[in-house]
Design a protein around this ligand. Structure first.
Ligand SMILES: *Cc1c(COP(=O)(O)O)cnc(C)c1O
Length: 379
């Protein structure tokens, strides 16, 4: 068999089932947010053990809605990791609040209660804790810290579907959790997101806000021959998911156990194969948590002969598409003026880590080629 030309860092896993589901929705004639979205919300809520789930056009939209329904606004501060995709830091700006960057721990890339406490102020209204790359954040100490201060705890579980913390799905311990179905994540709807919460009033308001804050949803009006007159209760948004996306989401959710099993198998193989390489440190699961390995990242220490960018070059020459590690928002122009305290761990991680290919359809041969290239770089 001919070796594949390039090994992708990420690839969604679609089969005929998604195409068939989309065909059925097209034939139904209702392609916007409707019954399929409601079914996807119900299935998703069950999966993550939440009382309510509200589907959105993206996780970024869900982050925005989370801050609105939690009452965060101008003058407030929201503590976030700089070490995250930029959407985490952008969301507070959408409601006129200020993101305040807290440091992350080296092993997981996640916030800690101590790092949050170090940058807190009387204006702190919310904390957005991220399960970075699917690695569960140690939520209980953060939960206690937020409860003591009356601060809202939002979990950015964009990468976290299928990850568990203390035996339960990530997200259950926060006041509101948000999820992404971008193709870079573990299950995908093309674009798409979800907001989950156990607070019925917040869920209802988020569901309305995503649909222009209409008193009656478009799907409900469609059901009625003589549609009820709707009213617009406040200034809302169009953050709807379509039924075309939701039906793909339902199929993907059914595949989640298989996807998780495969990802964990591949991650374990990387960890074993790379264990002996000098200076190469894989991300590690804390004892009380299991990752979905949405991103399998490694940090390159001084004992590894190549730096991160030279390693990416070598991988590229061997046909392997890896990625720079997770970004640090404060190093980008959009947020460059916001750093309040030094963030040495964040800066070390973002400059010395890289993300290795890991996806459901990655073959054992392809993974072996990635490992061989890293071994070559170490010699
Ligand atoms: C991907 C990601 C987002 C954004 O998700 P979208 O669905 O693309 O809006 C937000 N936060 C984190 C941590 C992410 O990884």
């Amino acid at each position: 068999m001919k070796a594949p030309r390039r090994i992708d860092v990420m690839r969604p896993w679609f089969t005929a089932a998604e195409a068939e589901a989309v065909r059925r929705v097209l034939e139904s004639g209702w392609v916007a947010q409707g019954p399929e979205t409601a079914r996807f919300e119900e299935a998703f809520a069950l999966t993550v053990q939440a009382d309510h789930a509200v589907a959105t056009s993206s996780c970024t939209a869900a982050l925005h809605l989370a801050l609105v329904v939690a009452g965060v606004g101008p003058g407030d501060e929201v503590i976030v990791p700089s070490f995250s995709f930029v959407a985490t830091a952008n969301a507070p700006c959408y409601v006129g609040a200020a993101p305040v960057f807290a440091e992350v721990e080296l092993e997981t890339g996640n916030l800690t209660a101590a790092s949050v406490d170090a940058v807190a102020s009387a204006r702190t209204a919310a904390v957005i804790a991220v399960d970075q790359g699917g690695m569960p954040v140690d939520l209980e100490p953060l939960r206690r810290w937020c409860d003591r201060r009356g601060v809202v705890l939002i979990e950015d579980a964009a990468c976290g579907i299928g990850s568990t913390y203390r035996g339960r799905p990530v997200g259950v311990g926060a006041d509101i959790s948000v999820w992404s179905f971008h193709p870079r994540k573990v299950i995908t709807t093309g674009e798409g997101g979800m907001l989950t919460t156990n607070n019925p009033a917040w869920a209802q308001r988020a569901a309305r806000l995503r649909e222009h804050a209409m008193s009656v949803s478009a799907a409900e009006r469609h059901e009625q021959l003589v549609p009820a007159a709707e009213s617009y209760l406040e200034v809302g948004f169009n953050y709807r998911m379509t039924d075309l996306q939701a039906t793909v989401g339902r199929v993907q959710l059914d595949k989640l156990p298989a996807i998780l099993a495969r990802r964990r198998e591949l991650a374990a193989r990387y960890t074993t194969a790379l264990a002996g390489l000098p200076g190469l440190v894989p991300v590690t699961e804390p004892e009380n948590a299991r990752s979905n390995f949405q991103s399998y990242w490694v940090r390159l220490g001084a004992e590894y002969p190549l730096d991160r960018d030279a390693t990416l070059d070598l991988l590229g020459q061997r046909g392997v598409s890896a990625r720079r590690g997770i970004m640090a928002a404060h190093l980008h122009p959009a947020h460059a003026t916001r750093r309040r305290a030094p963030l040495p761990v964040t800066e070390l991680l973002t400059s010395s880590s890289l993300i290795l290919p890991l996806h459901h359809t990655l073959s054992a041969d392809a993974q072996a080629r990635v490992i061989e290239a890293l071994v070559e770089g170490a010699s």
